[in-house]
Ligand binder design. Structure first.
Ligand SMILES: *[C@@H]1O[C@H](CO)[C@@H](O)[C@H](O)[C@H]1NC(C)=O
Ligand SMILES: *[C@@H]1O[C@H](CO)[C@@H](O)[C@H](O)[C@H]1NC(C)=O
Ligand SMILES: *[C@@H]1O[C@H](CO)[C@@H](O)[C@H](O)[C@H]1NC(C)=O
Ligand SMILES: *[C@@H]1O[C@H](CO)[C@@H](O)[C@H](O)[C@H]1NC(C)=O
Length: 405
């Protein structure tokens, strides 16, 4: 087991040769080294292969008690409407951006398998030792709600594999709240694999260990490769059986459920706007756009009559830059549907992604993507396709002259 753990560390270090190994702690509760204590400033100085953190780690200013940790949902709840229905039953949802949805706790003994020290300390202001507490296991797997949290599932739509797919939404993820850190940054916390929501369609709301490990490792690796991405704070595994047909071969096997605590400055996607435009909810479309612009595009003057065009051209430019960065590290996302493309142009939704071993534009990470729609070489064109869908979604809020531009 220890060797698997070491192999994973090496996988990450290999993916990012300038990443110090300490950013990632992969844990086993049977191993005494698991929660090794190189998390305080004095210890990190004495350890030969740990490097001083770039944010000048001050252990005494980090929170040691999770009860001091607060998130807030106020801003989103005040600005954006919530589904009138409650409860995790699958339904078509209209006239709102979020549905309230309580996570379903993972069953069985829980185990913290990995935590990103860089995220825990550098973003969440928590001393890494809190990840060892029972409280953390429950908070980070959906068993208990963080103070201030009103868990929400986001309603969005999207174009999947070229076609409008209607309502999609967070089918196995829960937004927990925003955390404002010491650096003045605001991060949105989300659990993935935390159970059913109104948007689960036929899904079970769970994620298995294999896909969760991939998301955890790759989002942290991408960050240290310098590629804009969502981040992963922790990975909690359980004994809860989750049925999956890994190769779509009709061979269903029981795997184990896991939950990743992940973070982004915003989880809004192209599909977040598309569903409002498609269903004619134009006032809500304008409201969400204004919210996204106010919160995340501060250089756009809210009184500028051209603001939606400025917004669009910013997203076009940044998405182009993002895809260029993917190409520069040989990253193939694998499912570039419009619902998996962030409005902040960060990499989100790590599914069947892969890294190209040697240059091959036909490299396809999803083994079932027979047509190679999302091959690595197609990513720029697919990005263009998705941005065109964004422009279509914006048409209802543009003037006639703006539409032609
Ligand atoms: C570390 O943080 C504590 C509490 O915020 C503060 O009193 C102390 O001066 C800081 N130390 C350094 C070296 O910045
Ligand atoms: C385009 O985006 C990149 C990356 O975010 C940025 O460095 C550059 O200044 C942007 N260019 C324009 C014209 O906005
Ligand atoms: C990406 O998009 C598809 C549908 O468009 C969705 O089913 C999937 O969950 C998304 N994320 C990943 C990681 O594939
Ligand atoms: C892989 O591609 C196939 C065919 O397009 C698609 O049905 C499937 O959902 C994709 N896999 C994932 C995990 O997105």
């Amino acid at each position: 087991m220890w060797s698997t753990c070491t192999a994973l560390v090496f996988a990450l270090v290999a993916a990012s040769s300038f990443t110090p190994a300490y950013v990632l702690e992969l844990c086993q509760n049977i191993s005494p080294e698991c929660h090794s204590d190189h998390n305080t400033a004095s210890n990190s100085q004495s350890s030969s292969h740990t490097v001083k953190s770039k944010w000048t780690l001050n252990a005494s200013s980090l929170m040691h008690d999770l009860n001091q940790f607060r998130v807030s949902c106020k801003k989103l709840l005040e600005a954006l409407p919530i589904d009138k229905d409650d409860g995790n039953f699958v339904r078509t949802v209209k006239n709102c951006i979020f549905s309230k949805s309580i996570p379903t706790p993972l069953k069985g003994p829980l185990r913290l398998t990995a935590a990103s020290k860089d995220v825990i300390e550098g973003i969440l202001d928590l001393d890494a030792s809190v990840t060892r507490s029972g409280d953390f296991l429950h908070y980070a797997s959906g068993g208990r709600l963080l103070p201030g949290s009103v868990p929400l599932a986001h309603r969005y739509g999207g174009h999947q594999f070229g076609y409008w797919a209607g309502q999609l939404g967070d089918g196995r993820a829960h937004f927990l709240g925003q955390y404002s850190n010491k650096k003045g940054e605001v991060w949105e916390l989300q659990l993935k694999g935390s159970g059913k929501t109104p948007y689960s369609r036929s899904g079970d709301g769970r994620a298995v260990i294999r896909s969760s490990v991939r998301e955890f490792l790759c989002s942290e690796a991408m960050h240290f490769l310098g590629v804009p991405t969502s981040r992963a704070a922790s990975l909690i595994v359980s004994e809860e059986p989750v049925l999956r047909d890994q190769f779509y071969s009709g061979n269903v096997k029981a795997e184990r459920g896991a939950v990743v605590l992940r973070l982004a400055k915003s989880w809004f996607r192209i599909g977040s706007l598309e569903i409002l435009s498609q269903s004619g909810e134009i006032n809500l479309l304008r409201k969400l756009l204004n919210f996204v612009i106010d919160e995340h595009f501060p250089f756009i003057n809210p009184d500028n009559p051209e603001k939606y065009l400025v917004f669009f051209s910013t997203v076009v430019n940044e998405t182009a830059h993002l895809i260029a960065q993917w190409m520069s590290v040989g990253f193939a996302h694998g499912v570039c549907n419009t619902d998996n493309f962030s409005l902040l142009s960060i990499t989100i939704d790590y599914g069947p992604f892969g890294f190209m071993e040697s240059y091959n534009p036909n490299f396809i990470p999803n083994t079932s993507d027979d047509e190679g729609r999302y091959s690595i070489g197609a990513q720029a064109n697919v990005g263009l396709f998705n941005l065109e869908k964004l422009s279509v979604a914006l048409i209802p809020v543009l003037t006639q002259t703006q539409q032609k531009q």
